[in-house]
Design a protein around this ligand. Structure first.
Ligand SMILES: [Zn+2]
Length: 96
């Protein structure tokens, strides 16, 4: 299987994938699905509860509690958004 992925620097919204002889375009999902936010400890990989709330206050509080309990000081912020692959031929017809 031939897979070519082209991504513009810093933009997930417009990467293009070509698989075999069919062309697909990968887009940020436009159905309104919310992003999911989490933080993960870089030392032990423990994570706070996932949330759709963009306000980071509860995640920050989780980190502060975690450093107090463990001494672990590195955290990874994780934002997950849904992507949607669309057949290139369907582009512009509102499918997705
Ligand atoms: Zn930890």
């Amino acid at each position: 299987m031939q897979l070519t992925v082209l991504r513009r620097a810093g933009r997930l919204a417009r990467p293009v994938s070509v698989v075999h002889d069919r062309s697909w375009v990968l887009r940020v999902d436009a159905s309104g699905s919310p992003q999911v936010y989490e933080v993960e400890c870089a030392s032990c990989h423990d994570r706070c509860d996932a949330s759709n709330d963009a306000d980071a206050t509860e995640r920050d509080q989780w980190c502060i509690r975690h450093v107090g309990e463990t001494g672990h000081t590195g955290y990874r912020e994780i934002r997950t958004g849904l992507l949607r692959a669309v057949a290139h031929a369907a582009e512009g017809r509102g499918e997705g």
